[in-house]
Ligand binder design. Structure first.
Ligand code: NAP
Length: 282
């Protein structure tokens, strides 16, 4: 058997020190017996293109992008995967000998894979969901939910809801742009994608959320991590509803990125090691 040569991988961001991705991907490489390395790189916005072209020239196996680079990368990539073009953001770069720098977005599929771990109706039976916030993470989640749940009607809540449906022309008739004042929670899925509850974010939603209106089979996901102690998930728990923080989404976007880079499905042992590395128990 021929020897596998070590390859470099990494995540570009500003700031970057807090990133859990190096530990997560390092755990995968160790479990798979691969000699590769995944490192955090502090890349300021003005250096993004140079950093991407440099990584391509150096033969990197792949790169993740985080704040503030996900949108700026659109203009740098030579090709965009369909979901990255729809969402308008790139979180994973693949360096293809023929196509050049290819931009993908694994945040949405990562969210959907995490959601599948919570008890509740399968996505093809999901009819009503509420997504709070319309920022970058939200766009990836809205796109993936509408693509995977063909019967879904989605209430998309923002401080500025005007024009939200037009962001996804192919799904526009299934998106109901909603202001916080008009929010109704009679849904099977509630997802918080806002920065409310983040250590440096606002402490409270613009209106109090009354989870009693959710259906009996509803699930609640708050993609902020770590989840605030008295936030949405605590409210869901108090009502006996299954809830999930942002770690499963973080895990599965990383799994899908690594699968793109290695061109193979990861074994459950590698996924479990990645999960443990970012603090998911079990
Ligand atoms: N788990 C994961 O893998 C993962 C991945 C990506 C992001 N995240 C988390 O998701 C959150 C959002 O990230 P992002 O990249 O989408 O950020 P972003 O593009 O900057 O979006 C900010 C979001 O916060 C909302 N917002 C800001 N101030 C608010 C306020 N006072 N009241 C209500 N909503 C407010 C915005 O809503 P409107 O402008 O629509 O009102 C928007 O949805 C962060 O906490 C981030 O850590 C988690």
């Amino acid at each position: 058997m021929s020897e596998i040569l070590p390859q470099a991988f990494g995540v570009f961001g500003d700031p970057i020190a807090h990133s859990r991705s190096p530990a997560m991907h390092g755990a995968a490489f160790a479990t798979l017996g691969l000699p590769h390395r995944y490192l955090p790189f502090h890349v300021v916005p003005g250096q993004l293109e140079a950093a991407i072209r440099g990584a391509a020239a150096l033969g990197f196996g792949g790169v993740n992008l985080t704040v503030p680079h996900k949108r700026a990368a659109l203009a740098i990539c030579d090709q965009l995967a369909p979901e990255a073009a729809r969402v308008g953001a790139v979180n994973t770069l693949r360096f293809d000998p023929e196509l050049g720098v290819v931009g993908h977005n694994t945040d949405g599929v990562g969210f959907v894979a995490g959601l599948a771990q919570l008890p509740g109706p399968p996505l093809d039976q999901l009819r009503r969901a509420v997504v709070l916030g319309s920022g970058g993470a939200s766009r990836a989640i809205v796109d993936a939910l509408l693509a995977h749940a063909p019967q879904l009607e989605l209430r998309w809540v923002s401080r500025r809801p005007e024009g939200l449906a037009e962001r996804f022309p192919s799904f526009a008739d299934r998106i109901q742009p909603t202001s916080w004042a008009a929010l109704e929670l009679d849904a099977q899925l509630l997802v918080n994608t806002t920065i409310v509850g983040l250590a440096e974010g606002p402490a409270d939603f613009p209106v109090p959320l009354e989870l009693d209106a959710l259906t009996a089979d509803a699930r609640v996901v708050d993609i902020v991590y770590p989840a605030p102690e008295h936030g949405l998930l605590a409210q869901a728990r108090a009502r006996g509803l299954p809830g999930q923080d942002g770690l499963p989404m973080l895990l599965w976007q990383g799994v899908r990125a690594l699968e793109l880079w290695l061109q193979r499905e990861l074994p459950t042992t590698a996924v479990a090691a990645m999960g443990r590395a970012i603090g998911i128990q079990g």
